[in-house]
Design a protein around this ligand. Structure first.
Ligand code: GLU
Length: 432
């Protein structure tokens, strides 16, 4: 996840290869595979924004709807210089499978703007968000396409989207986005929901494997919304977090890190390292005997559980032979390339795939949307209990399919997801 990482296989190529493999297992007809392989709708917008110094800058953004057979489309909005149409297509396709595997009544979508959000002032970011929202307004709506946070976006950005859309409509529409601030119709528990989902999945995966999560050593790549919350909740559950990293630096201490202390002294933006790519010197929580490591080194540590929680394309055919973790829980979207995945499988490493491991975020997004539509809000423990129930039963369904059909978890998750999407397409028929 270093800022210079070169993705060896494009994200959409990974997504396509995963689809084709399981479509073959299910013996789907070629026409159906073609439907699933293509995003239904792709919007590219180039739009001007007035910068603080008075100049005009043109930004490029996307919103892709992959498949809407099962309902309105759902998926995050990413602000990153690495955004491309190829990446957004892959992420939209993964959202279709993710929503289907946990049985949410949604199809998949994703959006992105090519931008380094930290290089913009708050006012520039707000103007850019409001203009992008207006540009994609022709294809979003609370019953059409409901965006949410992803890499580089947060509750504040969602609030601007909600306000912009509501201004255009002339009335307040909280159900247009999820991941909003709680004071605007956001759901309790949404912010840490993806990380909490990773915890529930880790607990269930350990239970099924007969491993104790308590005392298990864990390395987590990424200390943002997902990796940060996951490390904190896993530490609270008794796991020993031995390594964490952000896009600048990583740190390893085999006796364990004090995750709470890292939280308390993170820099703005959640960083644990500074611009010179050095871990913050006086960081409490790193303990004695710590070593500074790179993101690449983190992936190859001898740990019980490895959690990539950053970006796609991190585990490849180059480093998969060197991975020493017994279990990988994919908290990021698409962290493993298809070639990397083959090697992990040959080596018997137990991989919990992204579409189930990180589905906690969209599941609580669904709860938020339901609460907004009903104007009736739930207590946080109700949100968490419902989240746990959905994820645990989806995980066990996938694990049973894997056992019965002698498949890996990723293939089994795709089997469950594809069957649901294909069933919806068949029930609806091909229009006209
Ligand atoms: N961006 C998150 C994901 O990749 C959440 C999407 C959502 O809540 O709609 O799953």
């Amino acid at each position: 996840m270093t800022e210079t990482t070169i993705t060896p296989e494009s994200a959409f190529a990974t997504a396509q290869s995963q689809l084709r493999k399981v479509a073959g297992l299910l013996e789907l007809e070629e026409g159906m595979i073609e439907v699933l392989a293509h995003p239904k709708r792709e919007l590219t917008v180039n739009f001007p924004v007035r910068m603080d110094d008075g100049s005009i800058r043109v930004f490029t953004g996307y919103r892709v709807h992959h498949n809407e057979a099962r309902g309105p489309v759902k998926g995050g909005l990413r602000y990153s210089p690495m955004v491309s149409l190829d990446e957004v297509r892959a992420l939209a396709m993964w959202m279709t499978w993710k929503c289907a595997v946990v049985n949410l009544p949604y199809g998949g979508a994703k959006g992105g703007v090519i931008v380094s959000p930290r290089e913009l002032s708050a006012r520039e970011l707000e103007r850019m968000t409001r203009r992008y929202t207006t540009e994609i307004e022709i294809i979003i709506g609370p019953g059409v396409d409901i965006p949410a946070p992803d890499l580089g976006t947060d509750a504040r950005v969602m609030a601007w989207i909600m306000d912009t859309y509501s201004m255009q409509m002339g009335y307040s529409v909280p159900g247009i986005v999820t991941g909003k601030p709680v004071g605007l119709g956001g759901s309790l528990g949404r912010e840490e929901a993806t990380g909490r989902g990773v915890l529930y999945i880790a607990q269930e995966a350990c239970r099924r494997r007969g491993i104790s999560l308590e005392g298990a050593t864990v390395a987590i790549q990424g200390f943002g919304n997902v990796g940060g919350a996951a490390s904190r909740l896993l530490a609270q559950a008794g796991a020993k977090i031995v390594a964490i990293s952000d896009s600048r630096v990583g740190i390893y201490n085999q006796t364990g890190l004090d995750v709470e202390a890292f939280f308390a002294s993170r820099l703005p933006g959640g960083y644990i390292g500074d611009h010179t790519h050095h871990i913050i010197d006086d960081f409490p929580g790193k303990g004695t005997d710590h070593v500074d490591i790179t993101n690449e080194e983190l992936l190859e540590l001898p740990v019980d559980i490895l959690i990539p929680a950053a970006i796609e394309g991190q585990i490849t055919d180059k480093n998969a032979p060197k991975i020493r973790a017994g279990m990988i829980i994919e908290a990021a979207n698409g962290p493993t390339t298809s070639a990397g995945d083959e090697i992990l499988a040959e080596r018997g490493i137990y991989v919990v795939p992204d579409i189930i491991a990180n589905a906690g975020g969209v599941t609580v997004s669904y709860f938020e949307w339901v609460q907004d539509l009903q104007s009736f809000f739930w207590a946080e423990d109700e949100v968490n209990q419902r989240l746990q129930r959905i994820l645990v039963s989806a995980f066990n369904e996938v694990a049973s399919v894997a056992e019965e059909r002698k498949l890996r978890l990723r293939e089994a998750a795709y089997v469950v997801a594809l069957q649901r999407v294909v069933e919806a397409i068949r029930l609806r028929g091909i229009f006209p």
